[in-house]
Design a protein. Structure first.
Length: 482
RNA sequence: GGCCCCAUCGUCUAGUGGCCAAGGACACCACCCUCUCAAGGUGGAGACACGGGUUCGAAUCCCGUUGGGGCUGCCA
């Protein structure tokens, strides 16, 4: 095989859809593996989709995942002259005919037709082309078209069940099925790797392809139709019900490497009992013929777990760098999540303190957006109290007051480092007749505001004796008040 | 309705006629570790949709049934 040329051809929707991201990934992996070319083409023949702002999200999504195109983006909206030329040729060669039927006409006429769809009413009417006529492709009445699919084998479509489909709108605009074929030919695409939802339209494209071959023969690409990504109801991902924008996952704090790794696992798997594999392995091991045929559920839980593994594998420095958009965003200097800013004033963020906490936080999260709520108490004047936890662990616990009071006394005198604080705390809770496991709760609530979080004694040390004592006294007076 | 695709644990999958009394991962349960929570460790429960063939032998091949999905636009 010579250097293959593949293309990712989304319609512009404003964001990169996860299903499309998976399609792009499989195209990209195939191209990288075979030293081929990854072409990006924007399918915006429909004027409503041709606003260029709708392309930006796709570009940034691809870029985030490390799949910048080698060529393109080509925009179909910029190639109308070329399509017009092809339409002229097809018309002259007798493959197209004009049709002035409205949608209602067609529907009314085909209601009793055994094979729904257009019935070929205008086929022999020899209408002239005009501003009110669409152009239909004259499909053969007999025989069939076979799609040779790398993943599915040969799929046969009888022509008898194929209607004379519209190729050109009455406005003169070409439709997707035509533009798609013209572009694949003109850009010498060798492998068409796309979603299975396009399988039924493939024979139409093939018919156009061979009609065009009459004047200029171009080798047919190989086809590979990937299984759909589905939701928990086994339906294809919809933007109405499902979180389909890649951006959404980036905002939540998924790492590009983890996201890409997870996407690769949908419909394919690397050899051996392993799933967490680096991109080089993905490229080396990926084979189109090994792609699974059934639809795959996009499982955020599994993605989340994998992301946690990737996060834990980062060095502390890399981790700090990766979380920066969530703890110290600088929107004017780089990317920042669209989901909001940290709960503390930007000037209160302390790089040193955060660096101390980072390793403790890193091993407890699976998405980066979890970080702010784990360290907010360090950068806020007052901790945000989880009232439910407070009432359970402090207000309603008879030992809480004693623990808080003794902790204050102990902390006034003990050495101020994590080890000493822990030892002092252990003595306090044991004196109160409990253990560190249960007894630390009131202290944690008083200082961090929450019942759960990173280990307690490090942040106590970082916060400083004075501030810790202040928070403990404040908490104590609150319990004593009731 | 028509055409097409698909079918291994709840989920993603390994399996391409004997190595499968079906392996891994997520999720779930239990235990261990432990300052909370995670992480980690150990163990557990959990699947070849069904029915016919073919074969000495089938999760693997064929047919049918059932179930799911996609397409059926002058969207892509």
């Amino acid at each position: 095989m010579g250097a293959p040329r593949v293309r990712f051809a989304p319609s512009p929707t404003g964001y990169l859809h996860v299903g499309n991201a998976r399609t792009a990934l499989f195209n990209w992996l195939f191209a990288r593996k075979h030293n081929g070319v990854f072409v990006l083409r924007i399918e915006d023949t429909d004027e409503e989709r041709s606003r260029s702002s709708l392309v930006d999200g796709i570009l940034s999504g691809l870029s985030w995942l490390g799949m910048d195109p080698d060529e393109g983006p080509y925009r179909q909206s910029e190639r109308t002259d070329r399509y017009a030329e092809v339409v002229e040729q097809l018309w002259e060669d007798g493959y197209l005919y004009a049709c002035d039927c409205s949608r209602e006409d067609v529907l009314a006429r085909t209601r009793n037709n055994p094979t729904p769809g257009y019935d070929g009413y205008c086929r022999e009417r020899e209408l002239e082309r005009g501003p009110r006529t669409a152009l239909r492709f004259r499909t053969p009445d007999t025989g069939s078209t076979v799609v040779h699919d790398i993943i599915r084998g040969d799929v046969e479509f009888p022509h008898a069940a194929m209607e004379d489909f519209v190729c050109v709108k009455s406005t003169g605009q070409p439709l997707f099925v035509l533009a798609n074929v013209v572009d694949d030919r003109d850009t010498k695409i060798t492998h068409v790797i796309r979603g299975e939802d396009l399988l039924p339209t493939t024979p139409k494209g093939l018919l156009i392809w061979s009609a065009l071959d009459e004047r200029d023969s171009v080798p047919l690409p190989a086809f590979a139709h990937l299984p759909m990504l589905v939701n928990e109801q086994r339906k294809k991902l919809s933007k109405r019900r499902d979180q389909v924008a890649v951006e959404y996952y980036r905002d939540r704090g998924f790492l590009a490497e983890a996201f890409r790794n997870y996407l690769a696992l949908l419909g394919w798997s690397p050899p051996g009992d392993r799933e967490k594999v680096d991109v080089e392995t993905l490229i080396r091991e990926f084979r189109l013929e090994d792609v699974h045929r059934a639809g795959a559920f996009f499982d955020v839980k599994k993605l989340t777990h994998l992301n946690g593994e990737y996060i834990r594998e980062l060095s502390t420095a890399e981790f700090i760098d990766a979380v920066r958009p969530w703890v110290a965003p600088e929107p004017e200097r780089g990317w920042a999540p669209a989901t909001g800013t940290p709960p503390w004033p930007a000037e209160r963020f302390d790089e040193q303190i955060f660096a101390e906490m980072a390793p403790l936080v890193q091993e407890r999260i699976s998405v980066l957006s979890e970080v702010p709520s784990m360290v907010d108490f360090l950068f806020l004047d007052e901790p945000v109290i989880d009232e439910q936890a407070w009432s359970e662990r402090v207000a309603r616990d008879p030992r809480a007051q004693q623990i808080l009071r003794s902790a204050i006394e102990a902390y006034e005198h003990c050495d101020w480092d994590r080890t000493a604080i822990q030892a002092a705390t252990r003595a306090v809770v044991e004196m109160a007749g409990t253990n560190l496991s249960k007894g630390q709760a009131p202290i944690r609530l008083a200082v961090t505001g929450r019942a759960v979080g990173p280990p307690l004694f490090e942040p106590l040390e970082l916060l400083g004796r004075t501030e810790v004592l202040r928070r403990l006294r404040s908490a104590l007076s609150r319990v004593e008040a009731v």
